[in-house]
Design a protein around this ligand. Structure first.
Ligand code: SAH
Length: 396
C-alpha cells in the first residue's frame, strides 16, 4: 500500500489548482512510513486522493507532485512519457532556431519537479535537485537512455540546494563518454565552448540565448561593457553585431579565458575585445570616477536572492549596479539589464531600474522586455517558473 500524506483541513486549494508543492505547514499527518524521496499519495483532510508525489521529509517543501492521475505509476514508462512530451517542444524549437543545445527538462514546468536536464550536442547533463528526483535516479537514467540512445549522460548534481533535501552532492559520468573539457555548441549562428564538467550550473546559461541575440541589434558601432560576462556569449554577439569595442568583466579567470577562446573560435576581431578580471561593483565605480563612457551596457548578474529575507538587500544591489551603469552611458545609450532571481517580480525589477535612473539623474525609457528562452517554459499552474526577466532601456 502506498503511504498517504493527509493534508490539514482546507489546505488542498493550491493542489486543486495543480500547484505541484506541498509545504510542511499544510501536512496533517503521514499514514505509514516513507523513505527519503519515496512515492506517496497526497489526500485532502477527508481522505480524497489528490496527487501522487515524492516525499521530502527534510525539506520545507514536504512533497512534490509527479502526477495528477490516480492510475499513473511513477516508473520508467512515466519518465519516458514526460521526456517525449518535453522533447517534442524542444525538437520544434531546435529546428526553428537552429539549435543543438537546449534545456530538455525544466523541472516543475515539464511536470518533473527537481529534475533539470540540459542537452549540449550529444551530451545530456542531468541535475537531480530534490529527494524525489534522486530516489528515481535509476528510472530517470533508463528512460533517458531509451529516449536518447545516442547520447552520453553526465551528472552535475553538485548543487548546494541538495543539502536542504538531505542529499549529498554528486558529479560524474553516468553513461557514455566523458564530456571533452570544452564542447563547442551552436547558438543563433555563434559557436560557443561549454565546460560541462567544471562550468557553472550545467556548464552554460542557455536561458539567456534570445537576449544574447537581441544584443546584436543594439551593438552596431557601439562601445560595449559586458558585465558578469561568464564565457562571453554577449560579447561574441556584440562583436557579430558590429560593435567598436567590447569589455567583458567577470571575477572568474577560467570564464574569461573561455570567453577569449569564444571570440577566436568565431573568427572575430580579438583586438576589439578586452577581458577584465574584476568585481563589477568596484569596476563600475572606477569607470565612473575616471569618466569612461559606453553606448551599450549589459548587466547580467548572478542570482542575488535565495530566500525572502534577502530580497531587500538584493534590491539595493540591483539598484546600485544599474544606477552606476546608467551614469556610464552616453546619451542615447542602451542598458540591457537582467535579474535571474525568481523572488524578484518583473514589476519590482522595473521599479528598481526607475529608482536607479532617478538617483543617476537621467531619464530612462523602457524599449524592450526579455525573459528566459522558450526551452525554459513556465507551466500555468506554477508561475514561479518565470525567474529570468530583463529590460532594454534607452538612457537620455
Ligand atoms: N552573462 C553570462 C552569464 C552570467 S552568470 C552569459 O551570458 O553566459 C554570472 C557571472 O557573474 C558568473 O560568471 C560569475 O563568475 C560572475 N560574478 C559573480 N559575482 C561577480 C562580481 N561581483 N563581479 C564580477 N563578476 C561576478
Amino acid at each position: 500500500m502506498t503511504v498517504r500524506l493527509i493534508l490539514a483541513k482546507g489546505r488542498e486549494k493550491s493542489l486543486l489548482r495543480r500547484h505541484p508543492w506541498v509545504f510542511s505547514g499544510a501536512v496533517a499527518r503521514l499514514e505509514g512510513k516513507a523513505q527519503l524521496g519515496e512515492t506517496i499519495d497526497v489526500c485532502d483532510s477527508n481522505g480524497k486522493w489528490l496527487a501522487r508525489a515524492a516525499y521530502s521529509p527534510e525539506s520545507q517543501i514536504r512533497a512534490r507532485v509527479w502526477s495528477w492521475q490516480a492510475d499513473e505509476s511513477i516508473d520508467i514508462a512515466f519518465f519516458v512519457r514526460r521526456f517525449e512530451q518535453a522533447q517534442q517542444w524542444r525538437e520544434w524549437l531546435a529546428a526553428r532556431d537552429g539549435l543543438d543545445s537546449y534545456r530538455l527538462i525544466a523541472g516543475e514546468s515539464d511536470g518533473l519537479p527537481g529534475v533539470t536536464i540540459d542537452r549540449f550536442g550529444n551530451f545530456l547533463v542531468m541535475q537531480l535537485l530534490s529527494a524525489g528526483a534522486e530516489y528515481q535516479r535509476a528510472a530517470i537514467i533508463t528512460a533517458l537512455q531509451h529516449c536518447f540512445p545516442g547520447c552520453a549522460i553526465y551528472d552535475r548534481s553538485d548543487v548546494a540546494v541538495r543539502k536542504k533535501e538531505g542529499l549529498a552532492l554528486t558529479q560524474g559520468t553516468v553513461t557514455g563518454e566523458l564530456p571533452p573539457p570544452l564542447l563547442p555548441i551552436t547558438e543563433h549562428g555563434m559557436k560557443l565552448l561549454v565546460d560541462i564538467q567544471g562550468g557553472h550550473k550545467t556548464g552554460y546559461y542557455l536561458d539567456q540565448r534570445d537576449s544574447r541575440l537581441a544584443t546584436r541589434r543594439y551593438a552596431q558601432d557601439a562601445r560595449v561593457l559586458n558585465c558578469f560576462s561568464y564565457t562571453g556569449g554577449f560579447a561574441v554577439s556584440a562583436l557579430m553585431g558590429g560593435c567598436k569595442e567590447v569589455i567583458s568583466v567577470d571575477t572568474s579567470q577560467e570564464a574569461l579565458d573561455v570567453a577569449r577562446q569564444n571570440v577566436e573560435l568565431n573568427e572575430l576581431d580579438l583586438s576589439r575585445a578586452q577581458f577584465e578580471r574584476d568585481d563589477v561593483f568596484k569596476l563600475l565605480r572606477r569607470y565612473r570616477d575616471s569618466g569612461e563612457k559606453f553606448d551599450l551596457i549589459i548587466m547580467d548578474p548572478p542570482k542575488f536572492v535565495e530566500n525572502k529575507s534577502q530580497l531587500m538587500g538584493a534590491c539595493r544591489g540591483y539598484k546600485d549596479i544599474n544606477m552606476l551603469a546608467i551614469q556610464l552611458l552616453n546619451p542615447g545609450g542602451v542598458l540591457m539589464t537582467f535579474s535571474c532571481s525568481g523572488l524578484m517580480a518583473t514589476d519590482l525589477f522595473q521599479k528598481i531600474i526607475a529608482d536607479a535612473a532617478l538617483d543617476a539623474g537621467r531619464e530612462v525609457q523602457f524599449i524592450e522586455q526579455f525573459r528566459q528562452a522558450a526551452d525554459h517554459p513556465v507551466i500555468a499552474s506554477y508561475p514561479e517558473g518565470l525567474y529570468l526577466k530583463g529590460f532594454a532601456c534607452r538612457v537620455m
